[in-house]
Design a protein around this ligand. Structure first.
Ligand code: DHB
Length: 389
């Protein structure tokens, strides 16, 4: 097959890029090894920045986000038995939306199919060839089991944290700046009404807990845990007991129907471009989940890259393509800092000293008692303005 832009990965980054390119009159093919069902049903993130919602609605991807999503005008930080509200509306006049990632994906896939887009599910990319030429190729296996070859002007790696495109761009699967954390989150889905109107981030002496939501009838909650914890090793009553203890009680309990362990990593690839191959989304960077930046950062990358590709096709100039890595990295490193900061402020490492513990509570008091501190948190959480070319 031949296309202008071959996109590896039908996650939020790949599908949104394909959609934005279509609106600029640029043809693309998206391929992903997973089935449409698997993509639409995997439970991932839940929080959309203000700018992400604006883009979904203004680019005609989703009106559902406004009808079925829930606007949140703040969050609560809870520690030493007291809740401290970060009032986004008052501090920065912006909000976030609770709208699950798999709903965003349903909307994106529906929009691509509505517009005649080419999304090939169950088609696995194994290699990118000739990235340094002006006719790079993606080689893989199609849904029919036969060899798949796509020749394009550009190849985009939107293929997540296990990216194969990263090897082409950086020289190795893991080519980048890494940071690991000595803890993880044990996440559950439960069938119950929301326990509170907004998200609760609770730093307790027993470890961190996050009370999030998915809908009026399904809630998402997380417990700080050992990265090696086997999700099957805790009973439902043990999980509820741990959650209640860490937030000081008051949670509405229900049947737990999904459990998983999320590892915490920070990663930024050494390079985002080699020749005609580019990295976006988790292939380019990974953040720990605290602060919910992952999906939003992927959307920011592709908004920028779609503008650079559009300007290349309109003018023949590569100036904006050349500028993409530096422009994207500006936001990537700010989001890396914010995710690391929220993570470090709210979690104690297993080997934390009394000094470390007291320092964290000093920080939590500083941030919550100062309008400047709360404003920084609100600016970063609701999302910095999106950059475009
Ligand atoms: C969720 C995840 C986060 O990391 C976060 O900061 C807020 C919400 C969630 O999955 O709902």
């Amino acid at each position: 097959a031949r296309t202008q832009v071959a996109i590896i990965g039908a996650g939020p980054a790949g599908l949104m890029l394909s959609h934005l390119l279509h609106r600029a009159g640029i043809h693309s093919i998206v391929i992903d090894g997973r089935s449409r069902d698997a993509i639409e049903q995997t439970i991932r993130a839940g929080i959309l920045e203000n700018g992400t919602v604006d883009l979904l609605t203004s680019a005609d991807v989703s009106q559902r986000v406004l009808a079925e999503g829930h606007r949140h005008d703040g969050i609560e930080l809870r520690f030493e038995g007291t809740g401290h509200r970060i009032d986004f509306a008052d501090l920065v006049g912006r909000a976030v939306w609770l709208y699950p990632q798999h709903e965003v994906l349903k909307d994106l896939i529906a929009a691509r199919l509505r517009d005649g887009g080419e999304v090939r599910f169950e088609s696995t990319a194994t290699e990118i060839m000739d990235a340094d030429s002006d006719a790079p190729r993606v080689i893989g296996t199609g849904a029919d089991g036969h060899l798949l070859k796509i020749t394009a002007d550009f190849v985009i790696g939107a293929d997540g944290s296990q990216s194969i495109a990263r090897e082409t761009v950086t020289g190795s699967r893991t080519g980048g700046h890494f940071r690991e954390y000595p803890f993880a989150w044990f996440g559950i889905l439960t069938e119950a009404p929301p326990s509170a109107p907004e998200l609760i981030y609770s730093a307790s002496p027993h470890g961190f807990a996050l009370i999030s939501q998915r809908s009026d009838t399904v809630q998402r909650m997380y417990l700080q845990c050992d990265p090696e914890l086997d999700p099957a090793s805790m009973s439902d009553p043990e999980i509820w007991d741990a959650l209640q203890t860490r937030v000081g009680g008051g949670l509405i309990e229900g049947p737990i129907f999904q459990r998983d362990v999320l590892r915490f990593r920070s990663f930024v690839a050494h390079r985002l471009r080699r020749g005609r191959a580019f990295l976006v989304g988790d292939a380019a960077h990974t953040v720990p989940p605290t602060g919910a930046k992952g999906l939003n950062l992927a959307v920011a990358d592709v908004l920028l890259l779609s503008g650079a590709l559009q300007s290349f096709y309109e003018t023949g100039s590569e100036a904006h393509l050349d500028a993409y890595p530096e422009r994207a990295l500006d936001r990537i490193w700010r989001a890396q800092h914010f995710s690391w900061w929220m993570t470090s402020m709210l979690h104690a490492a297993p080997d934390a000293t009394e000094f470390d513990l007291q320092r964290r509570f000093g920080e939590l008091h500083s941030v919550t008692s100062s309008r400047a501190g709360r404003t920084y948190l609100a600016e970063a959480y609701t999302g910095w303005p999106l950059a475009t070319f």
